[in-house]
Design a binder for this molecule. Structure first.
Ligand SMILES: [Zn+2]
Length: 142
């Protein structure tokens, strides 16, 4: 769903950046309650990342758009998500995948001197289903 307007997140930052990309991956939900989703099947996942911050780097970027995509796309695209180390022992539901994307992005951003923050991960799994993951508003996230 490129060019769609995503749910907006309230924040105190002067800059907000949004990056869209997609990846294709297979998964299965290892639980009988998941019904036919127990069988291995594939999705084209659409991701929107929202990053906020008050300061820019020396290039004038809050975060380089292509770095953001590479962080996730290179690790997830054309894999069976259940096989990836970050989903070991977990069910790669849309919710868990969104949270995992957040964790990877936040872990990358925390090392940048100008301290941008990941404010929201929007993850669309099908044309009619998506999840929004937002971190709790604690001091460390602000
Ligand atoms: Zn699925």
């Amino acid at each position: 769903m490129m060019q769609q307007i995503y749910p907006s997140v309230e924040h105190p930052y002067t800059f907000e950046l949004n990056k869209d990309f997609n990846f294709s991956a297979a998964h299965y939900i290892p639980a009988p309650e998941a019904g036919k989703c127990m069988r291995t099947h594939g999705h084209t996942y659409f991701v929107n990342l929202t990053i906020g911050g008050d300061a820019l780097d020396d290039t004038g970027f809050l975060i380089n758009f292509s770095h953001l995509k590479a962080l996730i796309h290179d690790q997830f695209d054309h894999y069976l998500l259940n096989d990836l180390p970050m989903f070991e022992g977990k069910s790669p539901s849309t919710e868990v995948v969104a949270q995992t994307i957040y964790d990877i992005v936040a872990d990358h951003l925390k090392d940048l001197p100008h301290a941008p923050k990941c404010l929201q991960v929007f993850l669309r799994e099908t044309p009619s289903s998506y999840v929004v993951y937002r971190p709790k508003r604690t001091k460390e996230h602000m």
